[in-house]
Design a protein around this ligand. Structure first.
Ligand SMILES: [Zn+2]
Length: 251
């Protein structure tokens, strides 16, 4: 995890994938990744509406559930985090995805001249969800990673989930890498935090691009000079995660 986990705030609006339990009946037994949306803070309202309409979180959860057969439910909650940052809480198996992070990401892309930034913001939203899902899987599989090692593993899982999609996922990974590059160039970027357990933003950018080039070198020839050795790196990275995921992989 990369931040403190806050007490749950009131849930004003709930949208679950699938059916909902009757109010007086027993709680439904759910497994897999599910998504719900909390009412945003006023400042996040526009971005939250865009994210919800785009259904990127549901699409990511669907991809995770098609790939992995989880024995438990992991709830992805889109919410306003007041700057605390997205995170996974193993005590509640809850991922919080922050509307306000997306607001900051949009500003970062727009300051760099990337307008409209809709696709980039959506790509980072999805990549963040996959990163936090990586933390959830480290927890559920009891993998021996913590601190920086766990953060790096979560980034590799995010790359794996995006690269499995082929060109659309490659494009999203590239946009997520660009966000890290822009954040690295900005003292006030969303990841400028001395206490952060993640790799530095410039390193995260390079690692994503290395994996991108390694997975699909012919589609990203511009990256060849910077990442000539990454084709073998990606194979090793992908296979390591697939070995760890073996108990959960759908056949
Ligand atoms: Zn993390």
């Amino acid at each position: 995890m990369e931040r403190r986990v806050r007490a749950a705030t009131a849930v004003a609006t709930i949208l679950l994938t699938g059916c909902t339990a009757p109010p007086s009946g027993p709680p439904a037994t759910r497994t897999g990744f599910t998504v719900r949306y909390e009412t945003p803070a006023a400042a996040d309202r526009t971005e939250a509406a865009r994210l919800r309409a785009g259904r990127g979180a549901e699409d990511a959860a669907d991809r995770l559930n098609a790939f992995l057969d989880l024995p438990r439910e992991v709830v992805v909650v889109a919410t306003s985090c007041a700057g605390e940052g997205s995170g996974y809480d193993p005590a509640t198996r809850r991922i919080e995805l922050c509307y306000d992070d997306a607001v900051e990401d949009r500003a970062l892309f727009e300051r760099a001249g990337d307008r409209p930034a809709d696709e980039a913001v959506s790509a980072v939203w999805t990549e963040t969800l996959f990163h936090e899902a990586g933390h959830a899987l480290v927890d559920l599989l009891d993998l021996p990673a913590e601190g920086r090692a766990e953060e790096d593993a979560a980034d590799r899982f995010a790359a794996l989930m995006l690269l499995r999609q082929g060109p659309p996922g490659e494009r999203a990974l590239r946009l997520a890498a660009r966000e890290y590059a822009l954040a690295a160039a900005s003292d006030t970027g969303p990841h400028a935090d001395d206490q952060d357990e993640h790799a530095p933003d410039a390193t995260r950018e390079a690692t994503h691009l290395c994996h991108l080039y390694g997975a699909a070198p012919t589609r990203h020839p511009d990256l060849a000079p910077r990442f000539p050795h990454c084709t073998t790196t990606w194979t090793t990275t992908r296979d390591a995660w697939l070995r760890d995921l073996a108990p959960l992989l759908r056949r």
